[in-house]
Write a protein of this length. Sequence first.
Length: 304
Amino acid sequence: MSIIFFGPWTGEFGYELSYWIGECRAIRDRYPDHKAVASSYFGRARLYDFVDEFLPHTLNSINIAQNVCMSSGTGVILNEKVHRYLRSPECIHIAPGSVYEGLKLGGGHGHAQIKESVSFQKSQTLTASDWALNTVGLMAKGKPIVSILCRDLVFSGHHVHKWSEESWLSLIRLLQSDGFCVALLLPGYSSKPSYFSKGDGEAVSLWKMFGDSENFVDLQIAFLKKSVCSVATVSGAVMYGYLVDNPFIYMLATDNVCYRELYDVWRSPYKNQVQYLFGRGSVESISVDACYRKVKENCGSAVN
């Protein structure tokens, strides 16, 4: 049996969305008669809806909540079937390897390599399963959805991209008072009982409810597809915004030409509804009122 094997992907989520998935999909089209197999993090099978079999990493080896970057694969415990496939003389192995490293480490975050690849043009709009779409509909209880993709950036130098818990919770409460269902779509930290240390403001916390589910990414996509608007700060998951066709507001520390080129030109050939709120050197300088008004502008007549 002829096989084409993609991965294992052990790098960052943003590059998986913006580079790897598109490349794999395009290559798979050239081998329609081969059995296609992919390996990536637990919970991400929905991203690989173009393959015949998905094999996740061992959950104890790489935790999806941590999104650790181990592009060399060092320390990754793989499904035994991965080894059997790769040992087969009939297997074509497509590995991220040096290409991913070029994207990750090249000048200006690898912009030149990304521009050359334009991988999003090879991707398709992400789809969610009927089960995930129905589940999200039940969780929203008939209310229009605003999805939030925020993260606690603890890496050195990234504090300028962080919006405070107080700001997020204030936005959540304003939107809830207007009749929206607000959903937190990114993983929190497993040691926290809630996403924010002061509670989640009654927002739907996807990680709290489905963090250990193989359907986690499927549900993320379903929420984004059903949202009237989404709001994000710096995270690999903002790449979702360029693959779903609804308003997506991205808060950045400053109006940086690299970001504009990276997201507007090279990474967003679909010309969908990504919009920006720029701070004055930090995301925290963006007021809750400014973000709230931007969300409301994009929600139309979703609520009275």
